[in-house]
Write a protein that binds this ligand. Sequence first.
Ligand code: MIC
Ligand code: SF4
Length: 638
Amino acid sequence: MGKTLAYKILEQHLVEGQLIPGEEVKIKIDQTLTQDSTGTMVYLQLEAMDVDQIQTELSVAYIDHNTLQTGYENPDDHEFIKSVAKRHGVLFSKPGNGICHQLHIENFGIPGKTLLGSDSHTPTGGGIGMIAIGAGGLDVAMAMAKGTYSLITPKVINVKLTGKLRPWVSAKDIILYVLQQLTVKGGVGKIVEYTGEGVKTLSVTDRATITNMGAELGATTSVFPSDENTKAFMESQGRGADFVALAADEDAVYDEILEVNLSELEPLAAKPHSPDNVDSVENIGKIKIDQVAIGSCTNSSYTDLMKVAQILKGKKVHEDVSLVISPGSSKILTQLAKNGALADMISAGARIIENACGPCIGMGQSPKSEGVSLRTFNRNFKGRSGTKNADIYLVSPETAAISAIEGVLTTGMGTDLAEIEMVDFGFNDNFIVYPKDSTKDNTPVSMGPNIKPFPLNVALKDDLAAKVVLHVGDNITTDDIMPSDSRILPYRSNVPHLSNYCFENIDKEFPQRCKEAGNGVIVGGENYGQGSSREHAALVPLYLGVRFVMAKSFARIHRSNLINSGIIPMVFADAADYDKISLGDDLVIENAEAQISGDEVIIKNATTGATYKMIPNLSDLEKKMIMAGGKINMIKGE
Ligand code: MIC
Ligand code: SF4
């Protein structure tokens, strides 16, 4: 029986277990990446583990999220990360170099290698043929310390591409179409593998746009084969020697198949407030827009921005529109500056902003009140832009650029658009700070006053009593749990301060209610914790006393982050019980330790007298972590 590319790579990295969907396996991790908004926790944890030598082939610490320096907090965090990186043999990418995922495929990604990153869009590396997985910070710190990562073996979905995209339809429209078909829960427990004749028509950066937004499907990762286009891309980056050709077997067997004929796709947009709320630009109609933002790890490549420059050349951005453009990397910006494209953008009326995440994570450029913003990004969750009542639409760079000129959502279908030629970027590491080697040295750790210790849970004891402090619906995001914008992001290394904002956009009373309750329980619907990998969405509830979460289902990374923090995630055996629990109810897990070692947990509602059967679905390792009160306590006790 032929093998999928995903399983071929996983097999080569298998350390423990069997590649059977649903079974836990341990794999070797070749590379790790961190970014600054999750990175401070990663490196605090790495320091706490007292590691002598990191075990990966390559680890890189990028600074791209918290680049706005409105006070000492962010620069202090940068300095902290830089010092720990140097101490532990990790490469440090200075702010201004660009966005971690774009930089990683340009400079370090290698087909067939595994990459674990403390950011949910790490699967961008699948565009270059890697198995690249997003994880919580502690898992990434562990991968550096031990060189391995444990995960539940995913199924593999095959997305088979045929045909060729028409001009004005791009890679973004492919992934928006896949999201429309599969939804934000469709990829949970799965790897999405792309094959078919259509693959050849897509460049590495097109592929990376698609694997990047596989995160929005909830997928473990997404992967493309490594072929002639991969070789050309790597050569253009001065890294041809790292190229390896890789593909699935001809007769590979997949768990599911989705066929997509590229020739039939049209320009699409994800409407507010979810990436799977997709419709065609034509159906949505010519809605008036206030802002257009082009960039992010999804759509800030050289090809994307050259298309934008081509559309803007000689035109004028509409008087009611603010167009902001953030290139993905310093190498891309250099090329745009050299070939005149940057001048075309600026003279059309575009605002060029730093090579960083920027508006994608609410770091500036919030839309006006009730504004409509078209963005080439990957998430349009309510409030993420920094303006709660703004409407965000996710679109391709082509749609964004033409709409910026017209002042309404539109496409240029039918008019000419030239293909973009690949250029020679070469290798440039002027923004990289190299460590001496991978052994720990005595570089002192630089700790600013904003860096506070992370909270630790306590071991599970006999009866666990807790009060329901929140009852929420389906698809709660980690942005809902721990919002992020320019006000709050500088406190990613200060959990006590962050706790004042927990669930801020859903229920302002949440932090206070938790403090009064002592021990808390959150009740959630389907796909609880989708979106960002931020472990703050577990660490902050832990700090506020949340001990377990009862939901209809969980998103993968958040579930792991809860377990790493010793918070028990449990799924309702009977989903109807979800409606039978109210805010303020007192719940108790009797003999918690004994119950958690089994396969089901009975929770008593001391307020109503009802009982609920819950399924924790924990692996043996996860049970150990829960018993110990989290991963760090477990390791300390070993
Ligand atoms: C995001 O896009 O939500 C982020 C910011 O990159 C996060 C990480 C974070 O919350 O710091 C992610 O995707 O993991
Ligand atoms: Fe940065 Fe946005 Fe990409 Fe997250 S999704 S890594 S915030 S650009």
